[in-house]
Ligand binder design. Sequence first.
Ligand code: HEM
Length: 492
Amino acid sequence: MTPILVLLLLTLALLYFLSPLLSPSPIPGPLYARVTSLILKYHEFTATRTAYIHSLHLRYGPVVRIAPNEVAFASATAAKEIYCSNGSGYDKTEWYDLFKVYDRRTMFTTLGKSEHAKRKRLLADRYANSNIMKGGIMEGIKERARTFAGLCEKGGKEGVDLYETKVLHAYAFDCVTLHLFHPHSTNSLTDPKDSEIMLEVTFDSSLQNRLLSHYSPLLHRLLNTFLSNILSLKPRETPLADSFVLDTAAQPNASPFTLLHRLHSQSSLPQIDIAAESLDHMAAGIDTTGDALCFLIWELSQPSSLSYQKHLQQELRSAPPDTPVEKLPYLDAVVMEGLRMFPAIPMSLPRYCPPGGGSIIDNYQIPPNTIVSCQPYSVQRLGPEKGGVFPEPDRFWPGRWLKAEGETQAEFEERERGMKRGFMAFGMGGRGCIGKHLALAEMKCLLREVYGRFGTVPDGRMGRGEMEMADLLVSSRPRGQRCLVRFEKLDA
Ligand code: HEM
């Protein structure tokens, strides 16, 4: 054995034994995770972190050490502790610095509780269901859903590429700008100029570039030209979106239901913070809702989902046209099941274990400052036999959200409470998604328009694995970056 090899082995052994997570009951996980985070980083850079961590949960169970100072959890109890204890859970890590806007901290990127609570108090009521359900917003969403269905009719049997054309993202963009800025909202479904702004925000291929800038700013600076020109790993630039938001956020006459009205009338925030907060919400509302709809329509189009699609069409076509979307139980079940199987933010939401004595999570003693997280994908896709919540977790089955035949109301409510405890698509606790009601309204209105008028089938040109989820920085997208679906008009 060469001296270098001996030295290397000794160093690894030392790291192994000095590892801060060597608790009396060692945390399960691969041995290398005790000494290095390199394997985890490799998966981050190759857009496979979510799938990698999930494979570790399948192998080691709901608690897995993924790096010397990082533990992933996948149980409902752990999620409650990390994200809900004392209201908004543990503090966020500096990983969220990657999402600062104009170098300002927005609500999403505040790290500590009190800073976050202050910003949230200012905004929260614009996102309350009672505000979203108001005429101005709901009518606008329905109008956009009708425009979308018109595009499906045009594409018809030839098929529409729901991902590459970004029509679903355009719909989400037009809906979120309605809520943020009306009457200065966009019309990207039909106006190519607005579409250019949307494409700039939604087409994000800067994963590797941004990760490198986060982990090693020095190396990033040194390699900048090489990364951009030789490897085409460019930093993200959004000049059209920036000028749209900076101009719009300065407009004085936004409608009372909008976020902008609220920011102008109730806050003393500098104009740059108003623009940063608005841009952050705009970006948060596009890929999430667009991708969630894309994966869900794809799944509903599969032959194995035909009976679910028919059930949905029947509910939508038999309900009186003025039935509010939240009063359609099967539609609700389909949306919940879609978000369970394909959470638009599937990845770890990292937090610091609080200072002091550390925490006990799922019976493991976790030292202070350890990075702990759950990834919505695993919390929702681990079966009870692996410590998760949902039976047959890889089966798309909307009926699980409804009362089963022979089940009493009390039994159903108990089962439903359990499922909701393990539902994490919108995060959990005080830092969970503020846009949840808006997103649900958008998804339901669009599905109602589509499945009230069409049947959908997958286009035969799609290859295997193209609709697997590939990681972006926080959200995901179809690995093949296309989603070809054909729309077949139903009889009137
Ligand atoms: C299906 C659609 C959506 C999904 C699955 C989703 C998911 C999530 C998740 C998981 C979080 C927590 C992130 C974390 O802890 O790091 C979050 C936070 C957030 N979401 Fe959403 N989101 C959706 C739509 C929207 C929309 C439409 C908006 C705004 C218009 C929005 C705005 C936000 C904001 C501002 C936060 C930060 C909240 C805070 O820190 O208090 N989201 N979202």
